[in-house]
Write a protein that binds this ligand. Structure first.
Ligand code: PBG
Length: 344
């Protein structure tokens, strides 16, 4: 039978009168807008930023086109631009001179360390107009590149010493709070880091400084470009403190512990390969949930777009929406400013 021989009656007989037609809600822009389930708004975006010592102009990170190591002055200008576009917060990482790194990362708690200087400058320029978070981790400041200080286990083997590291995180968090950080964000995956930091902040009059805990942070290949961005000295890996990508339940434990220890907000990181974890954490968490779209996620889309293989802006907006749909309240993303501009 040819197509011409079908009659309208044949067709309706074949499909029945009660066919559900979900396409009705996709017929026009306005109809799609009416039924759209998830929103992306600038206030939900947190921009990670890098401030480097010893440079006199911003330096683009080769594996992250459009992302810069900032001088203090260019940082101020970039924060101003981000704030005008209505993003929720910035999250600051420091890049010290190699000559200032040592085994315990002591520049991270010195008042004149690069990160604390920049925090003080942002506090002076913006006061309470911009929410500023600080990365509370030693890895940018240690000469071995680990997130904690080295020590020995009971066999005499070298390990990253959990409890000795907590003392350094306490000093770092106090220095960041004193420099004006609104939020400290421990990213080193040491056991007890949230409680240690909360205790230290409270004992020093910083009850109102919030903790955004990197709760479920995986040992991920997707951090590759970030290590460029901060000039990481790491040799080896972080598998003895960051989580195994195979594990799901462990994230629920880590999140629960951080909440019990006083985390004001929790985070899953990376985002795209761990959207199932974002969803599960969003379902169980009584505190706001952040997800970190990491450097490798940025680099992948950027590189594919540079080759003409993917539409850059549509791809990153879709990735961000996917992270929201998975349940994240907030997203740390290097596209925060561009996304906010598109959302205006
Ligand atoms: C470590 C830290 C890392 C990132 C944020 N904080 C790297 C790591 O754990 O090796 C990665 C962020 C990114 O890849 O965008 N303090």
């Amino acid at each position: 039978m040819t197509e011409a021989e079908f009659s309208a009656t044949d067709i309706s007989a074949a499909i029945g009168p009660g066919l559900r037609r979900p396409r009705r809600l996709r017929t026009s822009n306005n109809m799609r807008r009416l039924v759209s389930e998830v929103d992306l708004a600038p206030r939900q975006l947190i921009l990670p930023m890098f401030v480097a010592d010893g440079i006199d102009q911003p330096r683009e990170i080769s594996s992250m086109p459009g992302v810069y190591q900032h001088t203090e002055d260019s940082l101020v200008r970039a924060v101003e631009e981000a704030a005008e576009l209505g993003i929720g917060a910035v999250d600051l990482f420091g890049v010290p001179l190699d000559s200032d790194k040592d085994a315990e990362g002591s520049q991270s708690w010195h008042d004149n360390g690069v990160l604390n200087r920049a925090l003080r400058r942002l506090q002076k320029e913006f006061g309470s107009d911009v929410i500023v978070a600080a990365d509370t981790c030693l890895d940018e400041f240690t000469d071995h590149g680990h997130c904690g200080v080295p020590g020995h286990d009971h066999h005499g083997h070298s390990v990253i010493d959990n409890d000795a590291t907590l003392l350094r995180y306490q000093k770092m968090a106090i220095a960041q709070a004193a420099a004006g950080a609104d939020i400290v964000s421990p990213s080193g995956m040491m056991d007890g880091q949230v409680e240690a930091i909360r205790t230290a902040l409270d004992a020093n009059g910083f009850q109102d400084v919030a903790i955004l805990a990197y709760s479920a942070k995986y040992a991920s290949a997707f951090y590759g470009p970030f290590r460029d961005a901060v000039g990481s000295s790491l040799e080896g890996d972080r598998c003895s403190y960051q989580q195994d990508p195979a594990n799901r339940r462990e994230s629920l434990l880590e999140v629960q512990l951080d909440i019990d220890e006083g985390a004001d907000m929790v985070m899953v990181k990376p985002a795209m390969p761990y959207l199932d974890i974002v969803r599960e954490v969003a379902d169980m968490s009584p505190v706001p949930v952040a997800a970190y779209q990491v450097s490798g996620e940025y680099a992948m889309i950027s590189a594919a777009a540079a080759n003409g293989w993917i539409e850059r802006d549509r791809a990153f907006m879709e990735a961000l929406l996917g992270i929201r749909r998975a349940g994240a309240d907030m997203i740390l993303t290097y596209w925060a400013v561009e996304a906010a501009r598109r959302l205006k």
